[in-house]
Write a protein that binds this ligand. Sequence first.
Ligand SMILES: Nc1ncnc2c1ncn2[C@@H]1O[C@H](COP(=O)(O)OP(=O)(O)OP(=O)(O)O)[C@@H](O)[C@H]1O
Length: 295
Amino acid sequence: MELTITNLSKQFKDKTAVDDVSLSLTPGIWGLLGANGAGKTTLMRMIAGILKPTRGNIFYDGKDILTMGEEYRNLFGFLPQDFGFFQDFTVKDYLEYVAALKDVPAKETGNKIDSLLHTLTLTDVKNKKIIKLSGGMKRRVGIAQAMLNDPEILIMDEPTAGLDPGERVRFRNLISEFSHGRIVLISTHIVSDIEYIATQNAIMKAGKILNAGTTDQLVKQADGKVWTCVVPAEKMTMYEMQLRIINQRSEGSNRVAVRYLSDEAKTSDSVMVTPRLEDLYLWLFPQEEISERGR
Ligand SMILES: Nc1ncnc2c1ncn2[C@@H]1O[C@H](COP(=O)(O)OP(=O)(O)OP(=O)(O)O)[C@@H](O)[C@H]1O
């Protein structure tokens, strides 16, 4: 199974949101990383077949998805970023409704819904109206509806937005288990949400895919640029101004362990360390550092 994207572009008046993207998606979990406005949502909506490209094509095993109609929709699950719920439906009624739309066989619907509600810890609220749910719960109902038809291709736009740390871990486990033999594409600007589950990543900037590959392949670009050192706490203000700090942790005794990005060592005790995906991301998107550190 393969989704082949060739020379795909989307133009909104004078804005090129997606700019000549070519990418081959094979089974596994794909992380689509990029800053706000990079074009992730636009690319995903085109892959979902709900937005027509200005130029280029998307092929599912050689067939243009725009010619596949219902056949494509039936093998597809999509969690949009802005989810238009039927707020007056209960969770269970809503999922039953989606299951019917997606042609899930009636005799499988009950079990399928119960199992997703259980995995996504929504069983207790299944008879509640969606309008009464928290943001994180609504997101999980969104995840459930995207997975209801056991899609071969699952596209999720910022699925972890609004989830608490425990829910994030459960989401990662659920997706890892689900992904065997399927294409799962997850967009996020929170690198840690996909760092350990993505088999491949595509990094998007200004409408283009800058790079695609396994985490190991990608992080090589930040080789030699990530350092750690320990500095006196009273000098942290100075270091914060001088260094591109990725994170800092108090070591006690007024000392702070610092991880930073630089072409060369900036303190005499700095040790070069193996880069992680988050390091590479911050290297490529320096403007994200403040918001990432502020999380
Ligand atoms: N319908 C539209 N009309 C005009 N411009 C649009 C439209 N949709 C998106 N854009 C613009 O295209 C660019 C890419 O937007 P897109 O939502 O795809 O990015 P993104 O990477 O998903 O960002 P975010 O993480 O903030 O959702 C942005 O500059 C956005 O303002």
